[in-house]
Design a binder for this molecule. Structure first.
Ligand code: FAD
Length: 400
C-alpha cells in the first residue's frame, strides 16, 4: 500500500491515522502537524483549559505511546505545497515527502477582525493552545476583557474569564447573541445567564477600530463610543485552511469539496474535518461543519476509502457548548426552521434546563437541549434515520 500522508494533526488527522491502521493499512502512516504538540482536543480550549482546570497533557487525543505502537510517525512540519503529478508534498524549509495516498485535514484558523488596530498587542484569537496561553498570561483578576463576537466561542470565553475574576464585556454586532445558530428564545436565555454572572452583554455593537499605544486600551464602536479594554479576545468565526488544496487544483467551495466517501475532486486525495464542504444528502445542499463529531466521522470514512473500502458519511450533525453549569447539546441543523416548540421555560429565572425543538414545514429538524441529556438522546435517535417526524408525533413521544 505504500505511504499514507496525513496533513494536519488534530481531531480529524489523528482519527484518520488511527483508523487507517484499524482498516488494515499495512504501509507507512505519516501524520504531519505544525503546532509542535501531540494532537490535542480543541473544545476545552475555551472551557476547562482557559479556566486553568486542565493541562495540555490532559487534552491529548491519544498518548504518545499510542502512535508509537500503531507505527504512526508524527512529523512536526508545515506543508507548503502539493505536487499531484509527482505525488509529493513540499515542506517549509525545503524538504519534501512522497506519498501513495494523501489526506488533507488542515482545519481552519480564526477569522481576523478587519478593523484598524486589530494587530495591537493584547488582541487575541482563540484557536490553538498557544493562543490560550497568551490569553491566560494577560487574564489577571480585575482586568477588563472585551470579547468581540457573541457566538459559542465568544460566550464560552466570557464564562471562563469571568470564572477567573475578570471584568468581562461581550460585544455582538447582531441583534442578539448566537443569532446565526439558535432561536431568539435560546439567545435571550444565554444573554440573561451571562448578565446574571456579571458579564456586560452588548448587542448591535459594531466594532470599528481598536485603539491603544504599546497595547490595546479600548474598543471603538460605530457611533463613537469607546469601551475600555486591558485585553480583547476576538471570536468572529473560522477561515477554513483550503489554500493548499486550491493551489493544487482541487475543487474548493468554501471548504475542500468532498463526496460521501470523503474523496476530493482528485480521487487519490481525501479530506476530512473543518476544512471540507460536502453535499449532505440529508439536507440536499453543500455544508461545511465545524464540529468534532463530524471531523471524526469524516476521518473514519476517509480512512476506509484510502483502504479501498466502502463507507459513507451519513451521521446526523451534532454539537455541544459548555458555559457555567450549562451543557447545551444540539442535534441536527436548524437552518430554514419556521417554527419552534419549547419544552421547559427558558425565560424562568430559576430553571436552568429546557429544550427548543426546531421544525420546518411541520417536521422536526433539530433540537437545542440545555441541561437535558435525555431530550438530546431522544432527538438524536429520532432525527438520525432521516425519516420525517411531525409535530404531533413529537408531542406524543418527547421526554421533558
Ligand atoms: P483543526 O482542529 O483546525 O486542525 C487542523 C490542524 O492542521 C491544525 O493543527 C493546523 O495547525 C494543522 N495544519 C493546517 N495546515 C497545515 C499545513 N499546511 N501543514 C501542517 N499542518 C497544518 N467542536 C465541538 O464539536 N464542540 C465544541 O464544544 C467545540 N468547541 C470549540 C472551542 C474552541 C475554542 C474551538 C477553537 C473549536 C471548538 N470546536 C468545538 C470545533 C472543533 O474544535 C473543530 O471542529 C475541530 O478541531 C476540527 O478538527 P480538524 O482536525 O478538522 O481541524
Amino acid at each position: 500500500q505504500g505511504t499514507a500522508l496525513v496533513v494536519g494533526a488534530s481531531h480529524s488527522g489523528a482519527q484518520l491515522a488511527a483508523s487507517l491502521r484499524q482498516e488494515g493499512w499495512a504501509g507507512e502512516i505519516i501524520l504531519i502537524g505544525d503546532e509542535g504538540a501531540l494532537p490535542y482536543q480543541r473544545p476545552p480550549l475555551s472551557k476547562a483549559y482557559l479556566a486553568g482546570k486542565s493541562t495540555l497533557e490532559e487534552l491529548a487525543i491519544r498518548k504518545a505511546d499510542f502512535y508509537a505502537k500503531q507505527q504512526i510517525q508524527l512529523v512536526n512540519a508545515r506543508v507548503e505545497s502539493i505536487d499531484r503529478t509527482e505525488r509529493r508534498v513540499m515542506l517549509a524549509g525545503g524538504k519534501s515527502m512522497s506519498y501513495d495516498k494523501l489526506a488533507l485535514c488542515t482545519g481552519g484558523r480564526a477569522r481576523r477582525l478587519p478593523v484598524p488596530g486589530a494587530d495591537l498587542p493584547g488582541v487575541h484569537y482563540l484557536r490553538t493552545f498557544s493562543d490560550v496561553e497568551q490569553i491566560r498570561e494577560s487574564a489577571q483578576p480585575g482586568r477588563r476583557a472585551v470579547i468581540v463576537g457573541g457566538g459559542y466561542i465568544g460566550l464560552e470565553t466570557a464564562a471562563s474569564l469571568r470564572a477567573l475574576g475578570l471584568d468581562v464585556t461581550v460585544l455582538e454586532a447582531a441583534d442578539r447573541v448566537l443569532e446565526r445558530v439558535t432561536a431568539p428564545e435560546v439567545s435571550a436565555f444565554y444573554e440573561r445567564v451571562h448578565r446574571d454572572a456579571g458579564v456586560t452583554v452588548r448587542t448591535r455593537a459594531l466594532v470599528e477600530a481598536l485603539g491603544g499605544d504599546d497595547r490595546v486600551r479600548e474598543v471603538r464602536l460605530a457611533g463613537g463610543e469607546k469601551v475600555p479594554a486591558d485585553l480583547v479576545v476576538v471570536g468572529v468565526g473560522l477561515q477554513p485552511n483550503t489554500e493548499l488544496a486550491a493551489a493544487a487544483g482541487l475543487l474548493v467551495d468554501d471548504g475542500v469539496v468532498i463526496d460521501d466517501r470523503a474523496r476530493t475532486s482528485d480521487h487519490d486525495i481525501v479530506a476530512a474535518g473543518d476544512c471540507t464542504s460536502h453535499v449532505m444528502a440529508r439536507y440536499g445542499r453543500c455544508v461545511r461543519l465545524e464540529s468534532v463529531p463530524s471531523a471524526v466521522e469524516q476521518a473514519k470514512v476517509a480512512a476506509a476509502t484510502m483502504c479501498g473500502k466502502d463507507k459513507t458519511i451519513a451521521a446526523l450533525p451534532w454539537f455541544w457548548s459548555d458555559q457555567y453549569d450549562l451543557k447545551l447539546q444540539i442535534a441536527g441543523l436548524n437552518t430554514g426552521y419556521d417554527e419552534v416548540l419549547l419544552s421547559g421555560d427558558p425565560s424562568c429565572d430559576r430553571d436552568r434546563d429546557f429544550t427548543c425543538f426546531y421544525f420546518r414545514a411541520g417536521e422536526l429538524i433539530a433540537a437545542d437541549c440545555v441541561n437535558r441529556p435525555r431530550d438530546f438522546a431522544f432527538s438524536k435517535r429520532t432525527l438520525s434515520p432521516g425519516l420525517p417526524v411531525g409535530r404531533e408525533a413529537l408531542l406524543g413521544i418527547a421526554p421533558s
